[in-house]
Each structure stands twice: as structure tokens, then as C-alpha cells.
Design a protein around this ligand. Structure first.
Ligand code: SF4
Ligand code: SF4
Length: 372
């Protein structure tokens, strides 16, 4: 059986602006049936790193917020802190970055709540019983929301081939410990050349896994992998950037863990989830980079569905069906129908995340595209 994916293109007229089309598209999913009065609805979005300009336009977000308010729900914009050190590593910087990128309440009419708290450790353990993940560490303020609207900016991604809904939910709704679990299967490592032996990280270590070794100026910290619980607190705590993630997770396992995390988030919402995907400014790298390079294809449109797998499959098909931008990083696969994501990241089989998501019953890759 197939799932319905609604689509609007990016054309606009005097009578029909793109924001107005976003509101109409959202209505196709019947939000008044899915969400109720006084529901706290998390509107999950990637605000973009400082310098990123490809993120979803805040004016589109406003339309979704307005519609939720008309229903009587109480929407808030949300994302989680990053695993790496950047402009969204903790909630203070994260909210300032979101505001700088245009997501302030003056534009979107909704408050911003960083769902995993000030330092990324406000998480709730959710049973998922996956092949890799038994307990997912989900950002608490997403877990405890009554409903979820997932707004995804669709783009290429250096780890998953494309960054779509499954990634926005699986990685994007995980607290820092959950992000580390997906990215790495062993503890972080101390870069001895950068470490000055100050010991600050020891205070933050949840597992009592860090100690100092050596004498005087040669002193550095060391992590005991047997005691490390993978909370990732130390990565943020080191003022010298000396503690590093070990990006050793094989890509298929990374995708499977990401999908299992997505399942933990979505299943806890018992059908009170809607997905909107913006295939606009399809940048060649993730919005976590502090810049947005030229789009690899012209703007394609915006999708809506209640099936996270179908909407990702439709988005990747639509991008691949589009002509590539010869001025972008895309050096091959420019013809319509050629695989743009394989061309950008030849070692990554993006389809694995969709196959696995379908296999665990998160949705279907079969879809009917209904154009508005
Ligand atoms: S890793 Fe960073 S915080 Fe820890 S001792 Fe070294 S310099 Fe200090
Ligand atoms: S990840 Fe957590 S438990 Fe492991 S060394 Fe870092 S702070 Fe300690």
C-alpha cells in the first residue's frame, strides 16, 4: 500500500503567494483532526548554523504556527543542541543563532524552546528495542510535547547522502548522548597536542571516566573507555577543543541507528505527527555548516505527508529528477534522472536509511504524489 504525499511547487502569483501555499499544503494533512485544543505542539526545525542561509524561510514557518493556533494548539519552535562545538552547542547560543537567522517571535509568532535544555542533557530514556538501540535518549521537551510538526529543509548530507525527515527526527530530536550514540560506538578521545591538562573536563564527566596523566606541562587528560557512558558532556566542556568525537561508525550502522531513533520519537506520538519538507535551496552540505553553497538543483517545491519514509523517498526522487546546477559543487549527474547524491558522495548509499525504515515498519517507500 502506498502513502499520500502532497506537493506544491514554488510558483507564485498576485493572488497566491508561496506562504499562502504552505498554509494550504499543511491543511491537506488535516491538522485539525490530528492536533487538539491546548496541545503543546513541537514544531521541529533546523534553525541553521550561524552563516547558513539555506534554512527554511521563517515566513513559511509562521504559516504553520498560525494554523496550529487557529486550531487552539500551543506551538513552539524547537531543535536540539549540537554534538560538535559551533553556534548551536548550548541553548543560549542556539537561541541567539535562531534569532539571528530570522526565527524570532516577531516573525514566527512562536517561542523557541531548545528541547534538550541548556547544555543538551535534558533527555528522556525511550524504549525502542531496535537492532542497535534499546533505549533512545530523546530530548525531553520533544518527548513530552503532545504533538509534533516536523519541518525539514531537504539537502545533501555528508554522512547520510541526503538530509531529510528521517535525519531531522532521528538525529535532530536526540539529546547529546543520543547523538553521540548514533555517531560513534566508542568513547571520545583526547587530542594530546591540544590538551593543556587543566582538568575542567573531569568535573563534567558523568561516568568518572576522565583522569589526568603525566607530570607538569606534560600533563594531559585521558578517557577510560570502560567507564565512559557516552554522554558527550566532555566534548562541550573542554575550552581548548581537545576532546574529539571518533567518527568511526560505519555508515550503514549510523543510518540504522538514526532510523531507530526516529522510530522512538515518532511512535511515542501515536500518530500525532505531520511532516513538511521544503525542497528549496538544496545545498550540497548540511545546514550545520556555517555557510550555504549554491543549490545543486532549482527549487523543486514543498511536500507534506504523515509518512516519514514516503516523504523522504518522494523528495529524493524529485531532486534526482531535476536538472543539476552546473555552477554548483555537482560535477557530474547533471542530467534529469541522474543520482545527484551519489555523485556528491560516491561512498554513501542514501537508500539504506529508507530500506531500513521500511523494514522496521516506520512507513513505506511507495507513494502517490498529489500535486495541489
Ligand atoms: S581535555 Fe580540555 S578540559 Fe580536559 S584537561 Fe585537557 S584541556 Fe583541560
Ligand atoms: S562522554 Fe561522558 S562519560 Fe565519556 S568521557 Fe566524556 S564526559 Fe565522561
Amino acid at each position: 500500500m502506498s502513502s499520500t504525499v502532497f506537493m506544491t511547487d514554488m510558483s507564485a502569483t498576485w493572488k497566491k503567494s508561496v506562504p499562502a501555499k504552505v498554509a494550504k499544503l499543511f491543511d491537506q494533512t488535516d491538522p485539525a483532526r490530528i492536533f487538539g485544543k491546548r496541545d503543546l505542539v513541537a514544531v521541529k526545525i533546523h534553525f541553521g548554523e550561524q552563516g547558513c542561509t539555506a534554512h527554511i524561510r521563517p515566513q513559511y514557518v509562521r504559516k504553520v504556527v498560525d494554523r496550529l493556533k487557529e486550531i487552539g494548539a500551543r506551538p513552539f519552535l524547537t531543535d536540539t543542541n549540537t554534538l560538535y562545538v559551533g553556534s548551536r552547542t548550548e541553548a543560549c547560543s542556539h537561541i541567539l543563532t535562531a534569532t539571528e537567522n530570522g526565527f524570532g517571535r516577531e516573525v514566527t509568532a512562536a517561542p523557541i524552546i531548545i528541547a534538550d535544555g541548556l547544555r543538551g542533557n535534558n533527555s528522556t530514556a525511550v524504549s525502542v528495542d531496535g537492532q542497535h538501540v534499546k533505549t533512545a535518549h530523546i530530548a525531553s521537551d520533544i518527548h513530552y510535547a503532545d504533538g509534533l510538526v516536523v519541518l525539514t529543509h531537504f539537502k545533501a548530507h555528508e554522512l547520510s547522502g541526503f538530509g531529510g525527515t528521517l535525519k531531522n527526527v532521528g538525529m535532530g530530536c536526540a539529546a547529546r548522548q543520543g547523538k553521540l550514540e548514533q555517531h560513534s560506538n566508542i568513547s571520545p578521545k583526547v587530542n594530546e597536542k591540544k590538551c593543556i591538562g587543566c582538568g575542567d573536563c573531569i568535573t563534567w564527566c558523568r561516568g568518572g571516566a576522565i583522569s589526568l596523566t603525566g607530570e607538569g606541562k606534560q600533563q594531559t587528560s585521558v578517557i577510560d573507555p570502560e567507564r565512559c557512558v557516552g554522554c558527550a558532556e566532555c566534548i562541550l566542556s573542554c575550552p581548548h577543543g581537545a576532546i574529539q568525537i571518533q567518527w568511526n561508525q560505519s555508515i550503514p550502522v549510523f543510518m540504522e541507528k538514526m532510523v531507530e531513533y526516529a522510530a522512538a520519537v515518532i511512535r511515542s506520538k501515536t500518530d500525532r505527527v505531520v511532516f513538511l519538507t521544503f525542497i528549496t535551496d538544496v545545498s550540497p552540505l548540511c545546514d550545520c555548516t556555517p555557510f550555504s553553497d549554491r543549490s545543486i538543483v532549482p527549487d523543486v517545491g514543498i511536500l507534506a505527508s504523515t509518512d516519514p519514509v514516503a516523504i523522504d523517498q518522494a523528495a529524493v526522487d524529485l531532486v534526482n529528477a531535476a536538472p543539476g546546477n552546473p555552477l554548483s559543487r555537482l560535477e557530474s549527474a547533471l542530467a534529469p534522472g541522474e543520482d545527484k547524491f551519489q555523485a556528491l558522495f560516491p561512498g554513501i548509499d542514501w537508500s539504506h536509511q529508507l530500506e531500513y525504515a521500511e523494514q522496521i515498519g516506520l512507513g513505506t517507500r511507495q507513494y502517490e504524489l498529489v500535486k495541489l
